[in-house]
Ligand binder design. Structure first.
Ligand code: HEM
Length: 167
């Protein structure tokens, strides 16, 4: 398995575990919730950079005919990204740990609290779909990491009209 795929898999699994912890602030405590969520932004940026080929290629070819599966995937990824921005923005606006740590206070507005709840709940659905659409890559990369299916052709790419792009 390529070093990059191994890095991707470890990063993605750690990010997903971090996401699950962040989804339950009552279990983790609010300070852990907020600081871990901020750290996840860094992980997300690396995740996007490691998958940049796929993003750039799809962006160029999004209006090409016959891209149906990849197009759905692409649109879903954008929704997840926009939802992530809403979660982070609303989270910062209701922050009780990170923002006060910088000596700042923001006006209390319950709309942000509602937006945080809705966007966080929506992210569960979008994340579930995101994982479903990448399930083949997750399973095949995990198997190869543990030495199974070594002889098989690596499933590391999403085919776009016969052309393969690293996923
Ligand atoms: C991946 C990012 C994040 C996710 C998935 C997430 C998710 C959640 C969830 C599920 C809740 C519980 C809602 C409820 O009790 O009904 C919550 C509450 C909260 N979150 Fe986040 N959050 C994220 C980022 C942030 C950030 C960056 C901050 C602040 C810097 C933040 C601050 C808060 C606060 C203050 C609460 C209210 C806790 C309470 O009143 O019990 N969150 N978040």
């Amino acid at each position: 398995m390529s070093k990059q795929n191994r890095t991707k898999l470890f990063l993605d699994i750690s990010t997903f575990v971090g996401f699950l912890i962040v989804m339950d602030p009552r279990a983790s405590g609010l300070a852990v919730h907020e600081w871990l969520a901020v750290a996840l932004v860094g992980a997300l940026i690396v995740h996007l950079l490691l998958n940049w080929n796929w993003i750039a290629e799809l962006t160029k070819r999004i209006f090409t005919k016959g891209l149906n599966g990849s197009r759905t995937n692409y649109i879903l990824n954008w929704l997840l990204f926009i939802d992530g921005i809403l979660i982070m923005l609303s989270g910062v606006m209701i922050s009780e740990a990170v923002i006060p740590a910088f000596g700042l206070t923001l006006p209390v507005n319950m709309t942000w609290r509602g937006l945080h709840d809705i966007s966080a709940n929506l992210s569960l659905i979008l994340m579930g779909l995101h994982l479903t659409l990448h399930w083949n890559w997750i399973v095949s990369t995990t198997k190869r990491l543990f030495g199974r299916n070594e002889a098989e052709r690596p499933v590391t790419a999403l085919a776009i009209e016969g052309k393969e792009v690293q996923a």
